[in-house]
Write a protein that binds this ligand. Structure first.
Ligand SMILES: CC(=O)[C@@H](O)[C@H](O)COP(=O)(O)O
Length: 265
């Protein structure tokens, strides 16, 4: 269990045997400064932060280090393979991360070419297999494809993370039906990862029944990142509550909300 123990009946979620209250995972890149990064993460209420191992300074004490602003004692660090376009690059990056920080719970992403950086599923499956064999606990970024998602789960990935839309696009959920299908068949947590543009997109992902949401650009590129981080926190909580409450059915004709019986004429 990471963080303080949850009380009985509290709505928490679990990945690879670690339990969390916050259902929002945030990235640590693209901010104007490390101070802003820290402030936005604090406002988001996130307990897990994902870190692009190839882009963020985690080891050079002569340059500003993320750990001095976002404490690994307080937050669970989730190293990711942003910028990796082959399985071998991704595997090498995470092995280096494990050597540097001891991190075993990781986010795998193997990206296709620009302009979409869509998940390369052949490379993703190859890297996932190698990493799991090597003892990593793999949360995997993947296509919104239920067949590939099932293969990744059967292989031993600890969380399945289909994209909402291309990374950094802010387009929201382009394929909600497939995200719901992936969630319905999965026995491990399903998170929407990437493409979230604003708070209602995060709420929608949670209303579909997802266990959590992972995002970065929507906060870092907002005009006021700290305020948007707060909005995302509320949206994820509201979407989760709405999912648990169970929405009313869709009616394709009107159903007057005031009863017509007993009217005084
Ligand atoms: C931070 C990270 O892991 C990104 O690669 C992730 O997929 C988030 O994408 P957005 O920036 O679109 O939220």
């Amino acid at each position: 269990m990471d963080g303080t123990p949850a009380t009985t009946g509290e709505d928490t979620w679990e990945v690879a045997g670690r339990r969390f209250r916050s259902r929002l995972i945030v990235g640590t890149g693209r901010y104007k400064s490390l101070e802003e990064t820290a402030e936005a993460i604090e406002a988001s209420g996130a307990e897990i932060v994902t870190v692009a191992v190839r882009r963020v300074n985690l080891s050079d004490p002569n340059a500003p280090m993320l750990q001095d602003f976002v404490s690994p004692k307080r937050y669970t660090y989730l190293p990711n393979t942003a910028g990796c376009h082959t399985a071998s690059d991704a595997v090498r990056t995470l092995r280096l991360a494990r050597e540097a920080g001891g991190w075993n719970l990781v986010k795998l992403e193997v990206l296709g070419p620009p302009p979409y950086l869509y998940p390369d599923m052949a490379g993703t499956l190859e890297a996932a297999e190698a990493l799991i064999k090597d003892g990593f606990e793999v949360m995997v970024y993947c296509a919104d494809d239920p067949v590939a998602a099932k293969k990744l789960e059967d292989m031993g990935c600890v969380a399945i993370m289909p994209l909402g839309a291309p990374i950094g696009s802010g387009l929201g959920l382009t394929n909600p039906f497939m995200i719901r299908s992936i969630k319905q068949q999965a026995k491990v947590p399903v998170l929407v990862d990437a493409g979230i543009g604003t708070a209602s997109d995060a709420a929608k992902a949670m209303e579909l029944g997802c266990d959590a949401v992972l995002l970065n650009s929507a906060i870092a590129h907002a005009k006021d990142p700290v305020r948007m981080a707060r909005a995302m926190k509320s949206a994820v909580e509201a979407g989760r509550d709405a999912f648990l409450a169970g929405r009313m059915p869709w009616n394709y004709s009107a159903d007057a909300s005031s009863p017509m019986t007993g009217l005084i004429r």
